[in-house]
Design a protein around this ligand. Structure first.
Ligand SMILES: [Cu+2]
Length: 493
């Protein structure tokens, strides 16, 4: 069957990736609310000042996060005359946290979410012009939350100097807008380890017939330990990075339910690269805080596949920890090995430099420029070198399921002092290689490596772009036992 992609599907796909699209805020035929706007500015100065009320709620429409008015118009153009007071009643339609700011007019609303209920922004417009309103939550403007305020007429004499009274409710806001400086906070003492235990691999499936499996995951935002003395607000699947490893066999039908914790501030979702259709699930799992959604898919292709959150700004959600893997075993299963491990690499972009003893915030500008401060295995510095070392005994065969969440950086995966006896490149069982030193793993890609360990010692897992080891990407495979004669010895023969 010929595959086609509609322009709207492309726009949606581009938008999911966080690329800024122009926002069609004003379709033809949208009526302006006052005579001055339609008859030019000459008469506007004579208009008595009025109060204009707009009701806006937020939502996700066609993959974009947007403001919607009570007529269903997406990112409507608001209109007023200079000197008018504008009242915007704001509500989070999908439950996530937002605000509305107009920096050109020094206007900002309070943050609002499902938890806060409605908030009212009330301000007087001092002058004519076209102004931009948007949500200042990081990433939200980039994926659609932006529109225009069109002000006609001439300012009344005092309009620019007398602010509208801020009297209508305690939630009304008339704040001077200052582009949020990121406050420096001490490391969060409640931060917990989010590092996934690499031994957390589901049992092998082997030779059974296809069946239906049910998985359930919860997206949770929580303060985690990024490094000694450094915390970060992680966004996770099941409170761990990477999220839990899922395991199925080819031909299985999988029902996956994704719940978003009640105290989340963000919408979350899941796109599994093992899924055919529905953007890998991302199209139908955009879950608001306190809600859940399910998808059902057939595991059509065997292999090791990455999954990740697919909610705008997607790289922001991935960099905050929202990735994991699903293994789809081929018919008959995989060869038996002594140990299996689950390891993923990701990079993190933080407001303060690597090593700062603070609570780190995500830095979207560094992310856009692909300049990470941290590279991590299993979510945090030391996850696999202190918290959860990989273990094996001489003579055992170790299989590592290795993936890259990214969002942006390729890994040159290598184990210092070992050779991969077998590599299933790109996580595919169709192209087995032997005797490999370093294997490339793309963002959103995976590999499976097998090593028969023959000498005791500490073997370091690294990305062989080795500057990254200094930024956190180091793991340890601790091998104990008696050396195999002739394999290695320190000193001369
Ligand atoms: Cu997410």
């Amino acid at each position: 069957m010929k595959r086609t992609l509609s322009s709207s599907a492309i726009a949606t796909a581009i938008c999911l990736l966080g690329v800024t699209l122009s926002v069609q805020a004003q379709p033809a035929g949208h009526s302006m609310h006052n005579a001055a706007a339609s008859s030019g500015t000459a008469t506007a100065a004579a208009q008595p000042a009025a109060t204009k009320r707009y009701d806006l709620h937020t939502n996700i429409v066609d993959g974009k996060m947007v403001f919607v008015d009570d007529k269903g118009q997406v990112n409507p153009t608001l209109s007023a005359n200079a000197g008018d007071t504008i009242e915007i009643v704001l509500e989070s339609g999908e439950g996530a946290e937002h605000d509305l700011v107009i920096p050109e007019l020094n206007v900002a609303s309070a943050k609002f979410s499902a938890g806060t209920g409605k908030t009212t922004l009330r301000f007087k417009v001092p002058r004519s012009g076209a102004f931009t309103y948007y949500c200042s939550i990081p990433g939200h403007r980039q994926i659609g939350m932006e529109g225009k305020l069109q002000v006609s007429g001439t300012a009344v004499a005092d309009a620019g100097t007398v602010p509208a009274a801020n009297t209508d409710s305690s939630q009304a806001a008339l704040a001077l807008y200052t582009p949020a400086p990121v406050p420096q906070r001490a490391a969060d003492p409640s931060a917990v380890s989010v590092a996934a235990n690499p031994a957390g691999v589901p049992a092998a499936i082997g030779t059974r017939a296809p069946k239906t499996l049910k998985y359930r995951m919860e997206t949770v935002e929580l303060p985690g330990k990024l490094d000694d003395g450094t915390s970060f607000t992680y966004w996770t699947f099941d409170r761990q990075v990477p999220g839990p490893m899922l395991r199925a066999r080819v031909g299985d039908t999988v029902e996956l339910t994704l719940a978003n914790a009640r105290d989340s501030k963000m919408i979350h979702s899941i796109d599994l690269h093992a899924v055919t259709g529905g953007h890998g699930g991302g199209e139908h799992t955009q879950v608001a805080p306190g809600q859940e959604k399910a998808i059902t898919f057939k595991a059509l292709n065997p292999g090791l596949y990455v999954y990740h959150c697919a909610t705008p700004l997607v790289p922001q959600h991935i960099a905050a920890g929202m990735y994991g893997m699903i293994l789809v075993e081929p018919e008959g299963g995989l060869a038996k090995v002594d140990r299996e491990y689950y390891v993923m690499q990701g990079e993190m972009y933080t407001g303060r430099p690597h090593g700062a003893k603070v609570h780190q915030e995500a830095d979207l500008e560094k992310m856009a420029n692909e300049l990470p401060d941290y590279y991590v295995f299993n979510g945090e510095v030391g996850a696999l070198s202190k918290t959860h070392k990989l273990q094996a005994k001489v003579g055992e065969t170790v299989r590592i399921y290795f993936g890259v969440g990214g969002p942006n950086k390729i890994s040159s995966f290598h184990v210092i002092g070992e050779i991969f006896d077998t590599v299933y490149s790109e996580g595919s069982f169709s192209g087995i290689k032997h005797d490999v030193q370093t294997t490339l793993v793309a963002p959103g890609g995976a590999t499976i490596v097998e090593i028969k360990v023959q000498h005791p010692g500490s073997y370091l897992l690294v990305d062989h772009a080795l500057s990254r080891a200094g930024k956190g990407a180091v793991g340890v495979l601790e091998v104990t036992g008696v050396p195999v004669p002739g394999v290695y010895k320190a000193g001369p023969l």
